[in-house]
Design a protein around this ligand. Structure first.
Ligand code: COA
Length: 339
């Protein structure tokens, strides 16, 4: 904790990033052997060629990926784990209902002074967490905060023809950022936006009990623990929501799309990303795409992109960067930063 007069406005710097992918990969060719699908169909409809998936026999899970991503981000920022004040872990695939996985992540990373909690915002979870963490730093409550997005949705896939509309999309991973208070008040959020529409909850859900199925859907125990998704509804929702969300955020900040150096969007489907890029007339290199290599990694998607971009020198201090995501809930949110 850092006591500060409330009038002293401070900025927030993004000082480090890291990511961790499981070693095991799952290609479209492998999926062809598991279900009635084809590489051509998957690439054409989604842009995905490959995903990484945890090997549960080797004990891999959200905990290990999140812990490693956090270690790498702390090392990137040259920050001792003991200097971390707080971790917000965005995930919808916690190890267990209790304890929050974040508590075990700070323990594993040696960040034993840090408070920690999980935040489940589905695919929007990282962007929601980033906004929350930013306000806790800017408000003066904490000086050094980590935000990690980590998910292992492969565990909840039904790798057979009945589940093919969903199983081809998701992969596993983790990404992390470190935020730190700075006296330079120009750094940090320029605008943000967070939305939910609970009437759309049944578009993406994971049932565990007969009562979890929406009205009109017969309870089916063979679906317990597997993601149920209405792909075409989610697609339509995303194609219209992404551009609205970007415009709303630009308006709040009084900026145009040209003023933003990089758009880091949730990787859900290449066609959804291309539609958003076309709507704003953005050149290809201003809206990052890595879905071909990793698929949809839920809360890990945005921070993994950011880490790739920073390490390639394509996102640097001084730039304006917009993070955008949507997902189950339904939820959607943005975070526009002056780095
Ligand atoms: N391989 C081959 N055929 C498949 C298939 C697969 N993996 N998955 C579905 N199909 C078939 C369907 O059975 C259907 O066949 P039919 O016409 O004989 O019934 C046909 O392809 C079209 O299905 P549809 O679901 O309308 O395809 P689509 O073009 O909408 O693509 C998604 C499906 C899932 C790729 C697409 O809807 C999507 O990406 N939605 C968004 C999902 C998303 O972003 N979720 C995450 C939110 S964070």
């Amino acid at each position: 904790m850092n006591a500060r007069p409330p009038s002293a406005r401070r900025g927030v710097r993004l000082v480090g990033t890291g990511r961790c992918l499981p070693e095991k990969t799952l290609s479209n060719a492998q999926l062809e052997r598991m279900m009635d699908t084809s590489d051509e169909w998957i690439v054409q409809r989604t842009g995905i060629r490959m995903r990484h998936v945890v090997d549960r026999d080797r004990g891999e899970s959200t905990l290990g990926l999140a812990s490693e991503a956090l270690r790498r981000a702390l090392a990137d920022a040259s920050i001792d784990p003991l200097d971390l004040d707080l971790l917000v872990l965005a995930t919808m695939t916690s190890e267990m209902m209790c304890p929050p996985t974040a508590c075990r992540v700070v323990h594993a990373a040696g960040a034993t002074r840090a408070a920690a909690f999980d935040l489940n915002g589905a695919c929007s979870g990282f962007v929601f967490s980033l906004n929350v963490a930013h306000e806790l730093v800017r408000g003066g409550a904490y000086r050094t905060v980590a935000v990690v997005g980590a998910d292992t949705l492969s565990v909840h896939m039904d790798y057979c023809t009945a589940g093919r509309g969903t199983a081809i999309l998701f992969g596993d991973g983790a990404g992390a950022v470190i935020l730190r208070a700075t006296d330079d008040a120009t750094k940090g959020l320029l605008a943000h936006s967070m939305h939910t529409d609970g009437t759309g909850w049944m578009e993406i859900y994971i049932p565990y009990h007969p009562t979890d199925f929406p009205e009109g859907t017969p309870p089916d125990p063979s679906r317990f623990g597997h993601v149920q998704m209405n792909g075409s509804s989610v697609f339509k929702f995303a194609v219209s929501t992404f551009p609205q969300l970007i415009q709303e955020t630009l308006d709040k900040a009084g900026l145009t799309a040209d003023d933003v150096d990089m758009f880091v969007c949730h990787q859900s489907n290449r066609r959804i990303l291309d539609a958003a890029r076309a709507r704003f007339g953005l050149p290809e290199d201003k809206l990052y795409v890595n879905i071909d290599r990793v698929g949809n990694t839920v809360a890990a998607s945005v921070p993994m992109c950011l880490d790739e971009l920073r390490r390639a020198g394509r996102v640097r201090e001084g730039m304006k960067v917009m993070f955008v995501a949507f997902g189950g809930g339904l939820t959607w949110g943005s975070s526009l930063w002056q780095l």
